[in-house]
Design a protein around this ligand. Structure first.
Ligand code: C2E
Ligand code: MG
Ligand code: MG
Length: 750
């Protein structure tokens, strides 16, 4: 290749004086030009001819390949090669053309400009090839003077640049459209912002180098996402950025609420719910060179994207975040359970003991601080080994593998005292655990199971843990169903009372009845009181039912007295829940007055176990009841755990000897003897339950027991049957000296 003439050289320098671009973005050294030729001289000559040439403000960077395989490899490692000057004939006659084919088809390098050179004009490729493979120029080596070479290369570089920008713009547009579509899938601002950085870099045609900042209430102005060298500043405040120019550019864009260009571009996105978002791109060229409309559309689109995302985030926060602790809430826990992956998981339901007490004794603000202290300790202890949520006022949920979420791990939370507002507070929690099993997919069942287990733990003692047990859970469900059936039955008036006659042991006289609740289902089956009464007690339903029993039994009493004499007694069982109602005495009084039967002869039956707790309250209420003239019996006496000293303090009228002791008398009469003696000492009467045999009756008489009831005389009877029974007794007593009259006097004294 010959040296170019002098005038050509001048021209070369004229080109060289074209204004050189401003500071380049990191790493872009110049236009990469690949020379492919099997002749080393051609390499040298070309490089010599084009040395120091500046095109479009950038130098040329040469790469050299001596056969097509080398060239192919170089193009693979340098996707930014702008121009390839290619010898057609190398290792084979068509080596150059075959390389072109592979570069376009296999590498998909459509932007690469190709200048074909050949030593022998006879080997000129067909026009078809030139068209098909988008070849820029085709010259014989002889034709390529220095100036021609230069011109040809310059055109190729410009054309490369144009194509490249078109491609970047296309990618930018694609990115913008994708941003809109992707939004629903991007779940965090960070990821969206990261996308914005990438898109901006593509748009500006620079390597991924830049950052995005958001101003948010909590964290101040901080880096939300970044690319390239700035990645290490993600999550840090803007002040942490090392480059003052960049910090300034970002701060000013925030302050002026608009995009600014200087050394780089700070794009301002007026995101409504926060102070805006600024994306800074470290690229010097004038954005005017970029299609201004495109940039505008980009900013609008991204702003809308951020807006939607913030809204989405807020809604998600509200739905899935506990506002006090900033921990995820119950919804989040349910979602985790539903979305859990492979592997066994345990969910713990951790219910702080006596929290209501803390809240009421101290105040709610203090209670909040306690919860925060517990929340932060749980988070610290479990870290990322388990997921923690606040799933109720004083309840935390923990989901994780069985070796992380277990009773000892929960105990560890409460091992040491909590420092809250200057107090050292010891806390405990009742916790329930349930396995999330593969065969029970989705839903909130494990959480519910854990909650049920925690409830059982609470009933055991403070600080206990219970694992969910499927059989127990089934029983609990059964009870729930029965309770709801009971509610319906009560509302529908399907409960009834039966009355068991009470007789005086000495005379056999019927002196009263005990009212006993009965529940007959629509299908005719009976539900035993021992089954449904405890349920009604636990649920509190017994208070309403008990009221109804009182009124119904007392309403019956008047009619019974007409039949059996004015002092005929009515004993009514009262459950602890009913008795503890603050207005129990008033209700009792009102029911008696409403029935118009007078207080005398009315007796309430209470179990001794209820007196164990809160003795003074019970003594007080019992005194009021007796002051009304209503008598008090201690039911099932001997089966509870009350002490003699407690019994001595209770004001009551009768001890009711439990059926089990009466039943045992054939083998051992000592207990009944003990009770009758005790009653004598205390100056109260006795009544025996469950007298089924004449022997039992004889023994009880012998022991001086006053009254009794049992199948020997009569089971509990419906009201009609009872009246018939009393009739029959009266008729019989008219025939023989009867017990009925004799008995009446005995039932009222105390
Ligand atoms: P309780 O007050 O000790 O009632 C005596 C229980 O013994 C009754 O059972 C009665 O039917 C049964 N019984 C009476 N005589 C005999 C006998 O000779 N042999 C046998 N094997 N059993 C006899 P019931 O009616 O099943 O009542 C069970 C418990 O349910 C009662 O025990 C009482 O604690 C409770 N209860 C019944 N009605 C009411 C009510 O209206 N309110 C409240 N709070 N509890 C009630
Ligand atoms: Mg009773
Ligand atoms: Mg009893």
């Amino acid at each position: 290749m010959s040296q170019p003439p002098v005038d050509d050289l001048d021209m070369l320098f004229a080109f060289a004086e074209e204004p050189v671009g401003e500071r380049r973005a990191g790493g872009a050294e110049g236009w990469r030009v690949l020379i492919v030729d099997d002749d080393a001289d051609v390499h040298r000559a070309t490089e010599l001819a084009l040395r120091d040439v500046i095109v479009e403000g950038r130098q040329l960077v040469f790469e050299h390949a001596f056969d097509s395989a080398q060239a192919y490899a170089l193009l693979q490692t340098h996707p930014d090669t702008a121009v390839m000057m290619l010898d057609v004939v190398m290792e084979s006659e068509n080596a150059g053309l075959e390389l072109v084919h592979r570069v376009r088809e296999e590498l998909g390098r459509q932007e690469l400009r190709i200048i074909l050179r050949t030593g022998q004009p006879g080997y000129a490729p067909e026009l078809e090839t030139i068209r098909r493979y988008d070849i820029n120029d085709y010259k014989t080596k002889a034709e390529l003077t220095r100036v021609r070479l230069y011109t040809s290369l310059t055109v190729a570089v410009r054309s490369y640049r144009q194509l490249h920008r078109l491609e970047a713009t296309r990618r930018g547009l694609e990115a913008i459209i994708d941003a809109g579509i992707d939004l629903g899938r991007l779940d965090t601002i960070q990821r969206f912002a990261q996308g914005v950085v990438m898109q901006l870099c593509a748009l500006f045609d620079v390597p991924p180098e830049g950052l995005v900042c958001a101003a948010s209430g909590h964290h101040g102005r901080h880096v939300v996402a970044a690319a390239g060298g700035y990645s290490e500043y993600i999550g840090k405040p803007i002040d942490a950025l090392p480059d003052a120019t960049i910090r300034d550019a970002i701060e000013r864009a925030f302050a002026e609420r608009r995009s600014r260009s200087g050394a780089g571009h700070a794009l301002y996105f007026p995101v409504g719910s926060i102070d805006g978002v600024v994306a800074y791109v470290d690229v010097p060229h004038d954005p005017a060179r970029l299609d201004a409309r495109l940039l505008e559309v980009f900013v609008m689109n991204i702003t809308a994207g951020f807006d939607k995302l913030m809204l989405h985030q807020r809604i998600t926060d509200l739905a899935y975040l506990d506002m006090l602790s900033k921990l995820p809430n119950r919804n989040a826990m349910l979602r985790w359970i539903a979305e859990r992956g492979e592997g066994e998981r345990v969910v713990a339901f951790v219910d702080i003991d006596d929290f209501a007490h803390i809240n009421s004794i101290l105040d709610q603000a203090f209670g909040d601080q306690v919860l925060l202290a517990v929340a932060s300790r749980i988070e610290r202890l479990f870290g990322d080994r388990a997921r923690v949520a606040r799933i109720g006022a004083d309840v935390f949920g923990i989901l994780g593998p069985p070796d992380v979420v277990h009773a000892a791990a929960i105990d560890a939370i409460f091992d040491s005292a909590f420092d809250v507002g200057g107090f050292r507070l010891r806390l405990s929690a009742s916790s329930g655990f349930a396995h999330c099993r593969r065969d029970e997919p989705g839903g909130d069942h494990p959480l519910r199971d854990a909650a049920v287990a925690a409830k059982r733990a609470k009933a055991l003692s403070r600080g206990s843990s219970v694992y969910h047990d499927a059989a127990q859970a089934a029983a609990a469900r059964e009870r729930m169903l029965l309770l709801s059936e009971l509610r319906d039955a009560f509302d529908a008036g399907c409960l009834a009372l039966a009355y068991q006659p009470v007789f005086e042991l000495g005379s056999g006289a019927i002196v009263g009845v005990e009212a006993l609740l009965r529940w007959q289902r629509a299908d005719g089956s009976w539900v035993p009181p021992a089954l449904f009464i405890p349920l009604a007690e636990e649920s509190g339903l017994i208070v309403d039912i008990g009221d109804w029993v009182l009124r119904t039994a007392l309403a019956e009493l008047d009619g019974l007295r007409a039949l059996a004499g004015p002092r005929f007694g009515m004993a009514i069982n009262i459950s602890p829940a009913q008795f503890r109602e603050p207005d129990f005495v008033q209700r009792l009084d009102a029911a008696i007055r409403q029935a118009g039967v007078g207080h005398a002869g009315v007796e309430i039956e209470l179990t001794e176990s209820m007196a164990i707790e809160n003795l003074s309250f019970i003594v007080d209420v019992l005194a009021k009841v007796r002051a009304l003239g209503v008598s008090v019996a201690i039911d099932d006496f001997g089966t509870g755990y009350s002490s003699l000293s407690l019994i001595r303090q209770l004001p009551f009228d009768r001890l009711k000897i439990d059926r089990s002791f009466v039943n045992d008398m054939a083998s051992d009469r000592s207990i009944v003897e003990l009770i009758t003696n005790l009653a004598r000492v205390l100056g109260v009467r006795t009544i025996a339950e469950g007298i089924e045999t004449a022997e039992q009756l004889a023994t009880l008489r012998e022991l001086g027991c006053d009254c009794g009831q049992g199948y020997l005389v009569s089971p509990a009877l419906p009201a009609d049957a009872l009246r018939a029974f009393l009739h029959a007794r009266r008729a019989a007593s008219a025939a023989t000296p009867t017990a009925l009259e004799l008995g009446q006097g005995q039932y009222d004294e105390r």
